[in-house]
Design a protein around this ligand. Structure first.
Ligand SMILES: Nc1ncnc2c1ncn2[C@@H]1O[C@H](COP(=O)(O)OP(=O)(O)OP(=O)(O)O)[C@@H](O)[C@H]1O
Length: 303
């Protein structure tokens, strides 16, 4: 059984002012148990609409979705899922600890479970120092971290996170990425939306790109990265010079020659270097990052 199963989901918003907005069109997508899935798309692509539908906060115009085998919108489904909304807003007269106690009560946790889980998530999200301060005095990044803390509190199987890295400084982003990696190690499923490819590159198993409400592609991140190898940087010692068609050569200090070798010329160049007695000290791929892939897919999707 998949952790998340979305079948032919569509959502049309109807407003007096704007008329009809087809925010989501025939989305079909599955996320396996234990998988980290990045849902990547530009602003207005339909990411939050998908996530709100998964959380039962809006009803689809057509199609169905299940999480952990339970139809979305069913309370049993909500029990199995940790949800971080796009712009978390809490009862800000409460302290962080009081708010987490309230969330724990909603999930029917015992006082012992609540105390242990609250301490744990406050520690993980580095909020212990602020735990007894009212949320109204929290910075944007602290509110975002509290949002993730409340999503983790009941130790769910599945996480649905709407832009979990948004509003965080580099330290906060690193913290959240580490938490997502840890969740994966524990066998949890994470589905998160983002428009930042670097976030996908380091934590996701697969990525789906959505543009204008339509899913464009779904790919394994490691395959995209492997396909994105455009050439290699090769460093050698023991040669004062080297020339080869298509190969750029730079002389570095310490008797090192650095070669930029196109992907298709690597074997031939290594053979030539070997036959001239060079010692190869480094071979590193030059990758096209996910950003270029994303921009290409978005450009195609907007046509
Ligand atoms: N309540 C609503 N009423 C009318 N249109 C809406 C509503 N909510 C979203 N939309 C429209 O639906 C489309 C998809 O919006 P959605 O918020 O799902 O995109 P998103 O990918 O999450 O964008 P972002 O990255 O900017 O958060 C947009 O055109 C948006 O303007």
């Amino acid at each position: 059984m998949n952790a998340i199963d979305i079948r032919n989901l569509s959502k049309t918003y109807r407003t007096r002012k704007w008329g009809r907005v087809d925010a989501l069109q025939d989305l079909t997508l599955s996320v396996g148990k234990g998988e980290v899935f990045g849902f990547l798309g530009p602003n207005g692509a339909g990411k939050s609409t998908t996530i709100k539908t998964l959380m039962g906060l809006i009803s689809p115009s057509a199609g169905t979705a299940q999480m952990a085998g339970v139809p979305v919108g069913d309370a049993r489904c909500r029990m199995k899922v940790g949800y971080l909304p796009e712009n978390p807003a809490f009862y800000d007269f409460l302290t962080a600890r009081e708010y987490l106690r309230f969330v724990a009560a909603m999930f029917g946790m015992s006082p012992q479970e609540t105390q242990a889980a609250t301490g744990k998530v406050l520690g993980l999200l580095e909020l212990e120092g602020a735990a007894d301060r009212p949320i109204r005095g929290f910075s944007k990044g602290m509110v975002q971290r509290l949002g993730l803390a409340q999503a983790m509190l009941h130790d769910p199987e599945i996480y649905v996170l709407d832009e979990p890295m948004s509003g965080l400084d580099p330290l906060g982003r690193a913290l959240v990425k580490n938490i997502i990696r840890d969740l994966k190690q524990q066998g949890k499923t994470v589905f998160f939306s983002t428009h930042i490819t670097a976030d996908v590159e380091v934590v996701c198993d697969r990525v789906g790109v959505i543009v204008k409400g339509k899913l464009q592609t779904v790919n394994a991140v490691h395959e995209l990265l492997a396909a994105g190898v455009v050439g290699y940087q090769v460093q050698v010692t023991g040669l004062s010079d080297f020339s080869g068609e298509g190969v750029e050569v730079t002389v570095r200090g310490g008797g090192i020659l650095e070669l930029q070798v196109p992907r298709e010329l690597l074997s031939l160049t290594l053979e030539k270097l070997g036959s001239r007695g060079a010692e190869i000290t480094l071979i590193e791929p030059n990758r096209q990052d996910l950003e270029s892939f994303f921009l290409e897919v978005v450009a195609q999707g907007k046509k």
